[in-house]
Design a protein around this ligand. Structure first.
Ligand code: EPU
Length: 340
């Protein structure tokens, strides 16, 4: 294991911001990951584990500890019957190449999560989701290094406390586990409606009625390409804000003023209002604030056009949050995690 020093985090985060990691190492096996954690503990160093850096914001001062780049690979079929296939995935696998492989096997369950940047290990952390599917729907268990007890553990679905873009790994168990593998269960049944509205619209427009995992993958890839900028070309972290979850009375009140407001009922007492819509209505779409552009095709995405550092992003973020607050009395929250 080669531990490097002073590695720019801007090179490992798709928002392309952030100063150096004091120490930086790749882990290609669970044992390497464990050894890195143990070594850091002995030397009293903080540790942060990263995947593709596509949902991660780094600060200008960098990280005064060890950043572990998770490169643990693996794609292992551990069960297979007439209805389903269970696959164990290395946490360092590229998420989209895994989706491609499962679609090639004609398996359903994650095809609508095509073209999401990032790695397998990051998917359960924020309960990644798109176009009507989320990882929690197919999740069986994950394996992780437990940094408190210095042992490998298996966590089942219940232990992860998945909810909309959230899990224990972002909250009470932050820093507790280094995820090494994720096991998911995919179906052999063809994808079936009802589909997410934007997906159905695309299928209708192209007269598609024969639903296969490959068709869903192609449709979602095309839809995403039309509204989500490629982070390799325009630095960004996907949705920069979570959608707003509000109580029924807030939704009902707003709906009388804004009858065209899109919203989805989440449960009996809550609605989800798209933050992209709130930001657009607050007139930020297409605007550049402190070198950060609110994407013209999707106001939920912030693009780093020419920010000189983290503070520019923080200032732009605050302007957007305050603008939405002033207009709607709703406080939207950042989606990407922060390192440091
Ligand atoms: N909308 C606007 N203006 C905008 C953007 C969106 O009015 O600038 C409206 C749309 O017209 C639509 C509604 O908001 O009525 C919802 O938009 P969309 O279907 O594009 O989805 P979203 O709620 O903005 C979420 C996820 C995306 C995911 C899509 C599709 C979050 C924070 N984002 O976005 O996830 O791809 O649904 O399922 O939940 C990500 O997490 O990085 C991400 C891209």
């Amino acid at each position: 294991m080669n531990v490097q020093t002073n590695i720019a985090l801007s090179d490992y985060t798709t928002m392309r911001l952030g100063g150096p990691a004091r120490f930086f190492a790749e882990a290609t096996t669970p044992d390497e990951l464990a050894a890195l954690y143990q070594n850091a503990k002995r030397l009293d160093q903080k540790v942060f584990i990263i995947g593709g850096g596509s949902n991660l914001i780094a600060h200008d001062e960098g990280f005064d500890g060890l950043v572990i780049h998770n490169k643990i690979k693996g794609f292992e079929i551990i069960a297979n019957d007439d209805n389903a296939t269970i696959v164990k995935l290395g946490a360092g696998e590229e998420w989209d190449s895994v989706v491609q492989r499962t679609v090639d096997m004609n398996l359903s369950g994650i095809a609508a999560m095509s073209a999401i940047p990032g790695t397998v290990g990051a998917a359960p952390v924020q309960n990644v989701g798109a176009y009507g599917q989320e990882i929690a729907d197919v999740f069986i268990s994950l394996e992780a290094y437990d940094t408190h007890n210095d042992a490998f553990v298996t966590l089942d679905w219940d232990s992860c406390h998945f909810s909309y873009r959230d899990s224990i790994f972002r909250s009470e168990a932050k820093g507790h586990y280094g995820i090494t593998s994720v096991t998911i269960k995919l179906s052999k049944a063809a994808p079936a409606p009802p589909f997410y509205a934007a997906l159905q619209k695309y299928l209708d427009l192209h007269n598609i009625t024969d639903y296969t995992p490959q068709i869903i993958r192609e449709a979602v890839t095309a839809i995403r390409a039309s509204k989500l900028p490629d982070p390799k070309v325009l630095p960004n972290s996907g949705s920069f804000f979570k959608n707003a979850v509000v109580e029924n009375w807030v939704y009902n009140d707003l709906k009388t003023t804004y009858p065209d407001m899109p919203a989805f009922q989440m449960d009996e007492t809550h609605y989800k209002i798209p933050s992209g819509w709130l930001i657009e209505q607050a007139d930020f779409k297409g605007q550049t604030l402190h070198g950060i552009k609110v994407h013209s095709d999707n106001a939920l995405v912030l693009i780093n056009e020419s920010a000189t550092g983290y503070q520019d992003l923080a200032d732009a973020r605050q302007e957007v949050i305050s603008g939405v607050q002033d207009k709607f009395r709703i406080t939207i929250e950042q989606e990407p995690l922060e390192i440091g």
